[in-house]
Design a protein around this ligand. Sequence first.
Ligand SMILES: Nc1ncnc2c1ncn2[C@@H]1O[C@H](COP(=O)(O)OP(=O)(O)OP(=O)(O)O)[C@@H](O)[C@H]1O
Ligand SMILES: [Mg+2]
Length: 379
Amino acid sequence: MKLEKSEILKALESITVAGEGKNMVESGAVKNVITFGDEVVVDLVLTTPALHIRKRAEVDVMKVIHEKVYEKAKIKVNVKVEAPAAQPETNEIKGKPIPGITNIIAVASGKGGVGKSTVTSNLAVTLAKMGFKVGLLDADIYGPSTPIMFDVERERPLSVKEDGKSKMKPIENYGVKILSIGFFTQPNQAVVWRGPMAAKALNQMIFDGAWGELDFMLIDLPPGTGDIHLSIMQSLPITGAVVVSTPQNVALADARKGVAMFQQESINVPVLGIIENMAYFTPEELPNNKYYIFGKEGAKYLAEDLDVPFLGEIPLVQSIREAGDAGRPAALQTATPIEKAFEEITKNVVQEVVNRNDSLPPTEAIKITTMAGCSVVKK
Ligand SMILES: Nc1ncnc2c1ncn2[C@@H]1O[C@H](COP(=O)(O)OP(=O)(O)OP(=O)(O)O)[C@@H](O)[C@H]1O
Ligand SMILES: [Mg+2]
């Protein structure tokens, strides 16, 4: 059963919240509706703090969806109370510098090889399956892996004219638009670039890419907290960052640095949360056996400690590695535990983006001046 957002909204139009006048869709009380299969999440923002009215609204939402749309729908209702004056005018990101791109999510890690690119590619295909328009910018200038993970390494972006300007048309596969420096180099060629050149190449992919309308642009960052990261944060108002870590101590220490980089006062990019990759090993033939080879729940504890959301865990399974190498992200295999795990995490990411856009102003791109090898960050 696939629930449609439009049907849910139509059903919600039959509810009037006490004190709000118009129906809850018209009055703007329904901030967001996300559907996924037979599940639906409804975010409400009400102006009344009265508990019984909030409860009533919650019950009414469940009732009308069950009665008018699907009786077995799994429904989650989030109710927030906001004084009208404190409400943001819209739910959208304001001041976006790339026309048409709504949310930009950077995926970072600190330590290399923990599965950023794997997680990013699976998040991207899952978002696309959910019906979002998705772009993926492979910002790993030195070790681009996205073209392989999407089985498009032999493709070359075409040049298209847009408003009289020549632009690069991203390569599309599995519903995701991709640009990567890997499209412009030979497979065996090492990219040896100084920082500013790498930054220039990245900026071209961002601003001279014919991305069209996107709900989400995911950026697969290289490991660490270096030049490229600063350059990206200088060029773009990142909506939020997702940090990937394994449960291992050395990875956690670097993830902590990754989070700290985004949270630095001068940078101030909201951290949407932490994903634990390779949380445990599961042999395909013994799916109930879990071996915590990198330690148990380390990333979860790190998220608690840093007071950032924990977005979920992904096991270490052979099929994820094979899918990456074969160029077809594992989350595309339907009705598997891996697909479920990525669906869960993707929903959490979307939810955190919604929360972030509701509660914070848009991120500003930061100004960086480089002086003799050290970067000075200015707001
Ligand atoms: N959950 C997983 N189960 C099995 N293999 C995985 C999993 N996550 C990642 N891998 C494999 O681990 C290797 C490293 O993953 P990936 O390239 O995504 O890491 P990365 O953090 O992007 O690395 P880099 O820092 O070099 O960019 C790849 O071979 C990938 O297929
Ligand atoms: Mg990578």
